[in-house]
Design a protein around this ligand. Structure first.
Ligand code: MRU
Length: 344
């Protein structure tokens, strides 16, 4: 049984508190959408698909919380909740994708009770679809890896970044399920260590062979022939094939190119933004304290200047393929991404 990151249970949202991992597996329960917004902001839940579904559940809570007797009043309460949820994290496009989708459903309803039922049903359906999509993506990606491969991954694009199963780790799971013997190298992923705290935890929990390395050992492991392929997730992918993902992805992709190692990205179609150009996407800048310390321990001098971007951009020329539920896009991406959407 893989972990279920976020779930709707008895008119509340239940999620794993990822800030407590790997030391404690704690579940938190929310009945107020403001708390869900806080949970997204503080990384209790993180990972593009997981925050998308959490946003949808946040709207479902807002519908239950609203005391409005009119449909106009209820929709205005939902718009207010949408704004608060939307402003939590700017880079992962799945959040706005999910919020837009659920608001569209709400606006098609005729009565207050219809809206409440419809948004809850839609949010639950989105959660189920996320798992289905990850499994389809897994099957498509499994064909790209060979028996006895060691695959490097960065950050956490696993069950914990989604509702369950995972995007990049979903491909790793599916490769293993197809009978191939594979090993994983997980980068630590400073500054908040999604690799050591979450990916290593999740893969060990699921019995998948995983070795942890510091981010600084990417070049060493590649140069010593310890890596056959790389797979990461994504927070946003543009029509041009530019991939926004956890800080450090760009340097891993560059190093993979240097060593002729294929570099793949796995993400659902809900992670694509076909409108924006790279320079228009906001890269979330996070608190300096994430860099000046580890946990409660200070590891840098007081008052030091810090740059702490949460994401970077990997250009298309470094990417061997983008795995989706509709197939694998190969360069040139402008054309292949268009074809994936036409198949939708
Ligand atoms: O800041 P996070 O932990 O929300 O960032 C998540 C990532 O960047 C992951 O690597 C991921 O690929 C996107 S979610 C599948």
């Amino acid at each position: 049984m893989t972990l279920r990151t976020v779930e709707w249970k008895n008119d509340s949202v239940v999620m794993i508190d990822q800030t407590k991992l790997p030391n404690k597996l704690v579940f938190v329960k929310y009945t107020d959408y403001n708390d869900v917004a806080d949970a997204i902001r503080t990384l209790v839940v993180r990972g593009a698909p997981a925050i998308g579904v959490s946003g949808a559940f946040g709207i479902a809570l807002a519908a239950l919380q609203s005391s409005s007797k009119t449909i106009e009043g209820l929709l205005s309460d939902l718009e207010k909740a949408k704004k608060i949820l939307f402003e939590t994290r700017p880079t992962a496009v799945n959040l706005s994708w999910a919020l837009e989708k659920i608001m569209k459903i709400a606006k098609q309803c005729k009565t207050v009770s219809e809206v409440k039922d419809a948004v809850i049903a839609k949010a639950k359906q989105m959660a189920e679809e996320d798992i289905k999509t990850n499994k389809e993506m897994g099957k498509n990606g499994a064909e790209l890896f060979q028996d006895n491969d060691t695959i490097m991954t960065h950050c956490n694009a696993g069950a914990l970044a989604t509702v369950a199963y995972g995007t990049a780790l979903g491909v790793i799971r599916a490769t293993k399920e197809s009978g191939k013997n594979i090993k994983v190298i997980a980068t630590e992923t400073r500054p908040i260590q999604q690799g050591s705290r979450l990916t290593a935890f999740e893969l060990k929990h699921d019995g998948i062979d995983v070795t942890l390395i510091p981010d600084t050992a990417v070049g060493y492991t590649m140069a010593n022939g310890l890596v056959n392929g790389v797979i990461v997730g994504a927070d946003r992918i543009l029509q041009t094939g530019h991939v926004f993902n956890k800080i450090g992805t760009y340097q891993i992709a560059t190093m993979a190119k240097q060593h002729n190692i294929p570099f793949y990205v796995a993400a659902p179609l809900s992670t694509f933004d076909l409108e924006s150009r790279p320079e228009n996407v906001i890269i979330e800048q996070r608190n300096a304290s994430e860099v000046t310390g580890i946990g409660d321990k200070k590891t840098a001098p007081d008052g030091i200047d810090v740059i702490n971007p949460a994401f970077d951009i990997t250009p298309p020329e470094l990417i061997s393929g983008i795995i989706t539920e509709n197939g694998v896009a190969k360069p040139p991406y402008e054309d292949s991404i268009k074809t994936l959407f036409e198949a939708n």
